[in-house]
Design a protein. Structure first.
Length: 340
């Protein structure tokens, strides 16, 4: 991946995952929270952001009352607030967030070109006021400012979700082996996370016995300090850190998409690479994870049901404004073994 804020290829295709990419450690990234109550504008806004390398959408909010909670819960660098259809009503909320979180760059997007509205936004502490249709050059310049602000002190790891098109295709084997191989080849700090909250077998495949799980990490998402995270992880003999699925079924019911993304974002701030086994359900929770991923690996078998599911998943990922991640597909045989 290139420098954050730099646009992708003209055809809009995501950058390819080259062998040399594995040598790049802890690439800077710009994490974005979107507030938008207009569903018709959502695909356009997502598509605009997805044209920039290193920009990751970590959360989307459509209710003003939920915005302060999202800012507290999701580590982010930029908050983009779509002010329409009533800019005056939302400016106060955006200004309150900007005041309480001075390190967060708040951008406003609106149809309005009223000088008084723009002046009010600047006085409230918003960093940018972008008029629609959004000029990619202006957006690039705004993101470049954020990038320059972060390069000296803020970096993030790379996230590789591994998804199976069906049960038993070898996704867990690939995820655990990929984590072990990354730790060996890169020499970096690697974590593997089990996102199959009920039937995950990452800990079993790596022969570790966790005391704490992702459920414990998600109980207090607003207090994900380094010491808390380190206590939750189990270190495998290969050097890979393991975050296991919940021990009890009932704990899985309490893990939301927001909890999951918050935990992954915290792990990315501490590790060079994070590999996930899953998500296992192609729902809004999966979308939240894939939106912050660098490259998603989709595993299938050369069987008709698996191939059909793979095609449906690839189609969903390919829709404009749907999921902002590169994806790769691979086929497995039936003799996949867990790492030694």
């Amino acid at each position: 991946m290139g420098r954050a804020g730099r646009r992708r290829d003209p055809d809009g295709a995501p950058p390819s995952l080259k062998d040399s990419d594995l040598a790049v450690r802890r690439m800077p990234a710009i994490r974005v929270i979107i507030f938008n109550a207009d569903e018709s504008f959502a695909p356009t806004l997502r598509a605009t952001l997805q044209t920039f390398d290193g920009v990751k959408i970590v959360a989307e909010v459509d209710e003003p009352t939920l915005l302060p909670q999202a800012v507290r819960q999701f580590p982010a660098d930029v908050l983009i607030v779509h002010l329409d259809p009533n800019p005056s009503a939302l400016l106060a909320t955006a200004g309150e967030v900007a005041t309480k979180h001075p390190d967060l760059c708040v951008f406003a997007v609106s149809d309005s070109t009223d000088g008084q509205v723009i002046l009010a936004a600047m006085r409230l502490g918003l960093k940018e006021f972008l008029t629609k249709p959004i000029d990619p050059t202006v957006m690039a310049a705004a993101m470049e400012k954020v990038f320059e602000k972060r390069t000296d002190h803020a970096t993030t790891g790379r996230l590789f979700p591994v998804l199976g098109s069906a049960g038993g295709v070898g996704a867990t084997s690939l995820a655990t082996n990929l984590a072990v191989e990354l730790a060996s080849v890169s020499g970096g700090k690697v974590a593997v996370v089990d996102l199959d909250y009920r039937f995950g077998q990452v800990a079993t495949f790596l022969d570790v016995e966790p005391v704490y799980t992702i459920a414990d990490l998600c109980e207090s998402p607003e207090q994900l300090e380094a010491q808390v995270i380190e206590r939750t992880l189990v270190r495998h003999a290969s050097g890979v850190f393991v975050l296991s699925r919940p021990i009890h079924f009932t704990q899985a019911d309490n893990i939301t998409a927001a909890h999951c993304v918050g935990a992954l974002t915290a792990l990315l701030s501490m590790h060079d690479y994070v590999v996930t086994d899953g998500p296992t359900r192609f729902d809004m929770g999966a979308k939240a994870v894939l939106d912050i991923a660098d490259c998603s690996l989709l595993v299938m078998q050369l069987l008709v049901p698996s191939v059909r599911s793979t095609l449906r998943m690839v189609e969903a990922c390919s829709r404009p404004g749907s999921i902002s991640t590169a994806s790769r597909s691979c086929a497995t045989g039936l003799d996949v073994n867990p790492p030694a």
